[in-house]
Structure formats: structure tokens, C-alpha cells
Design a protein around this ligand. Structure first.
Ligand SMILES: [Zn+2]
Ligand SMILES: [Zn+2]
Length: 336
């Protein structure tokens, strides 16, 4: 019988598909890379050929320049490419724009490398598509029972309440440049906030890229404009590191906000001097992880990176065969 380990094997360069002769999300330059999504820990420059969704390739070009790889091969969701007898299909992962699970079919075996994913609704990207499989390779970023992300609408309502309560202060919202920033903007618009949101320059390129792919973000303006009221009462979106540095001093009595799954941990919020922590994550929480394993019911679950111990224990109690790969080099976008 064909085993998962005949098809996929963890290596220092990433997850290698031996018969297909390619690596998924390689952490060092490889001749042929299949990339799940555009976050920097998964999509790195310098490979020979890169197979990914059109959106992921556009994100890589925006971040690294048009020559980020020797050759780029775009695929649509659901399209199948064959390489050395391995069929490769990309299906939505629900993580960020263009994010994909890599479905591999070979000799009757189906293995899925899901990259990063979440199961809840996100107005900025296609929803996670469950595909039956023998081996499901999963992240475990928030693989502890303490991580149960609340409804994102409730978190955005807390932000808007604070803006109403402190109209003399500038709300500086820290959000990762790819995915989180655009999701926050969409959630604000869905909540009826139609005022201009001011944006740090480091977020401008990806905001424009999302808009070019049909994601409406509403009225935006650069946060560099000098206004007399120093953005009192405004919402300003910035990369997480900017809200704590000199840049933030230009704003009226800044109120630091941070949107991340890690904001569930009070110590992390305090460490970053975050006054209003918002628990909004683009990663599956404990419930989403375990419910996905039960729904797909694969022969084996492989955990790539993150909090693996509690999930392994949960798996052994729930009749799921699981193993930890402990891959190195992933988890930076929310791992800090
Ligand atoms: Zn990611
Ligand atoms: Zn990741």
C-alpha cells in the first residue's frame, strides 16, 4: 500500500514531494516550488520555478519584484497540473487572498498540504474547501484549547465603541500587511464605518493589490498627511511594529490597538503596550483545527508547526492518528 511518507517527506528545505520532485513552501531556494500563500515564511524569493495561484504570484511580485523566481506558473483553484505522475490541485484555504491547500494525488493516495488556513468567513478571500484525503498536513499555530477566537464582528464592534468613547484620540490599529489589514477594513465597512481610514505607507501596496483583485476596502488615505487635529477620532491602520515606535508620536493621544490571535494572551498585549487587544486571527483556532480533523477524518494528520503537543494528545483521545513534523522556519507572520 502506498504510504504518505512515500509521497511527502519533511526536509530542512521544507516539505518535499519525492516522486513529484518539488518542495512545498521551501524555506531555501529550490529548483521547483509549490507555494501555498504569500506570507513571507511560506513564499520566499529565489526559487527556479514557482507554481501558485495567480493572486499569490502577484503578491510575491509586489513584495520581491517581478524577478522573484526564474519562472512563475499560475494555476486557478480547481485546476490540476501533473508533474512526474503526481497530480497537483490547488483549492482555497480561507487564510488570505490567493491562499491554497495543495492537493496531491498519486497512486491512489490523496495528501493535502493546507499551508495556513481558517474555517470562518473572511470577506477578503475564498472560503476553505474541505477535500477528503488520506493525509492532511495542518498548521498548529493556535493548537491549544485556550485559543478559541471570538466572532470577528464582536471584536470590530469593540473597536468602534472605543472610537465613539474617545473621540479625541487617534486609534492606531496594528495589523499584518497581508490579509489582516484588508480584513479589518472590510469588517469595518460591513459594520457601517464609512469614514476615511488612514493607512501607514507600508500597507499601501497590498491594499492596492487587494482592490485590484476586486476586494472593496472603502475610502483610504495616507496617514502621512499633516492635519491640525492630528487624526483625533480617526482610525489609523499600521504594521504592528509601527504602533509602538516613533512614528506613532505624530498622532493625537494615540490609543494602541492590535488585531491578532495572540491577543488572547494578556501578557502579549501588555508586552506590546496594547490598550485595546482585538482577537482577530487568520489562523484556525482550537475548535476549527479539531473540527477539521474530525470532518475530513484522514488516515493521518501531520502537524507542521506551532502548538503540537496538545493536539497530539487530543488526537490520541479521539481516534485520530497524528504526528508532529516540527518544521523550522514557519509561523513568523503571527508567531513573532
Ligand atoms: Zn500565513
Ligand atoms: Zn504561516
Amino acid at each position: 500500500m502506498t504510504k504518505g511518507s512515500d509521497l511527502l517527506r519533511p526536509a530542512p528545505s521544507g516539505l518535499c514531494c519525492l516522486p513529484g520532485d518539488f518542495t512545498i513552501d521551501p524555506v531555501r531556494p529550490m529548483p521547483y516550488a509549490v507555494i501555498t500563500h504569500g506570507h513571507g515564511d511560506h513564499a520566499r524569493p529565489g526559487h527556479g520555478a514557482v507554481l501558485a495561484t495567480r493572486e499569490t504570484l502577484a503578491i510575491m511580485a509586489a513584495r520581491y519584484g517581478e524577478d522573484f523566481a526564474a519562472a512563475a506558473q499560475p494555476v486557478r483553484y480547481g485546476e490540476t497540473i501533473s508533474r512526474n505522475g503526481v497530480e497537483i490541485t490547488l483549492v482555497p484555504a480561507g487564510h488570505v487572498l490567493g491562499s491554497a491547500q495543495i492537493v496531491l494525488r498519486w497512486k491512489g493516495l490523496t495528501a493535502i498540504v493546507s499551508g495556513d488556513y481558517k474555517r470562518r468567513r473572511d470577506p477578503t478571500c475564498a472560503p476553505f474547501e474541505p477535500v477528503p484525503c488520506d493525509v492532511f498536513v495542518s498548521e498548529a499555530t493556535f493548537g491549544l484549547p485556550v485559543f478559541r477566537h471570538p466572532h470577528d464582528g464582536g471584536e470590530i464592534a469593540r473597536l468602534l465603541q472605543s472610537v465613539a468613547q474617545f473621540p479625541e484620540r487617534a486609534h492606531l490599529v496594528g495589523a499584518y500587511a497581508l490579509g489582516k489589514a484588508q480584513r479589518i477594513l472590510c469588517l469595518l465597512r460591513e459594520a457601517g464605518y464609512d469614514r476615511t481610514v488612514f493607512v501607514h505607507g507600508a500597507l499601501a501596496t497590498l491594499n492596492a493589490l487587494y482592490q485590484a483583485h476586486g476586494v472593496a476596502l472603502g475610502p483610504l488615505a495616507p496617514a502621512t498627511t499633516e492635519t491640525g487635529d492630528r487624526f483625533a477620532g480617526a482610525i489609523v491602520l499600521a504594521p504592528p511594529d509601527a504602533i509602538a515606535d516613533r512614528w506613532s508620536r505624530r498622532f493625537a493621544d494615540p490609543l494602541p490597538v492590535f488585531a491578532s490571535g495572540w491577543m488572547r494572551v494578556r501578557a502579549r498585549a501588555r508586552q506590546r503596550h496594547v490598550e485595546l487587544p482585538l482577537v482577530i486571527s487568520d489562523h484556525a483556532d482550537w475548535n476549527e483545527l479539531t473540527e477539521t480533523f474530525l470532518e475530513l477524518h484522514p488516515e493521518e494528520v501531520w502537524l507542521t508547526h506551532g502548538e503540537e503537543e496538545a493536539l497530539l494528545r487530543w488526537a490520541s483521545l479521539n481516534g485520530v492518528t497524528a504526528r508532529a513534523l516540527s518544521l523550522v522556519g514557519y509561523g513568523e507572520e503571527e508567531g513573532e
